[in-house]
Design a protein around this ligand. Sequence first.
Ligand code: MEV
Length: 314
Amino acid sequence: MPAFTASAPAKIILFGEHAVVYGRPAIAVPVQQVQARAVVIPDPLAPRGRVWIQAPEINLDCAVGELPEENPLRKLIQLLQEHFQIDHLPACILRVSSTIPVAAGLGSGAAISVACLRALSAFLGAPLPVEHVSDLAYEIEKIYHGTPSGIDNTVVAYDRPVYFVHGQPIEFLSVGQPLTLVIGDSGRRSPTSEPVGALRQAWLANSVPYEELFDRVGEIARSARANLETGSLLHLGNLMDENHTLLVQMGVSSPELDHLVAAAHTAGALGAKLSGGGWGGNMIALVEPELAEQVSAALLQSGATHTLITQVRP
Ligand code: MEV
């Protein structure tokens, strides 16, 4: 019996996280080195409609109906049934695995959703077009944190660099020159909902200073877009630094992330910032290709639990 397999990449946000939740532009790129994977195996001898989930990394080995209502995988199956207007899926086993660290700002939730939606819709004989994959994954993102901008599901589903503004047509970016980035994991896990929720509370209490910060981040993202297209690395590095300073002012950085950002500079990075929700997770450093290993080693020496070197190509 054939199995249906799909995978989806991780992502990093180059510019504009958090401000993007408040309508400002942001730029994100896929990261191929780590991936989520879903495999659907038809299970015709199982009771009618039973979807059995196996996700050993999160200790799941049960029927989807046994999961709590708000479980993202349960919600995903429900959304698929509604989308295809069916009462149940044919019985199957859904195996989910991922090399993307969880709660680390790398879009692991979105990647798992995208991989599962693709594998399950292929199993149903009706592979979903990318825009539907992204839209359904967005609905699931709402479980991870109540007010997602939609950037994670978009960059992961389309698997291309995006310039994203919530509610506006997606714009794809082409870079003028390859970008080499070192991604450093602070080792601290931080679900996106936590910094996003705290920032929302602060904004609700006193929106004016935060709106100013978001405006400045929006300007940085616009300027970064132009510099990405022309390939002006030095300027991009400076913009990353400015963006990090504004994220610190929003209260979403952490001592570990600030320490890694400083270490990247000392080792010769052109610029560095936290990436994603913050309070933990990953930071990124823009580097000249020949300095990538040096910056990576400096990050590991400064407490990063893991590093990845990635390139964004024209
Ligand atoms: C998370 O990857 C990026 C945030 O801006 C949240 C969002 O856009 O939904 C922090």
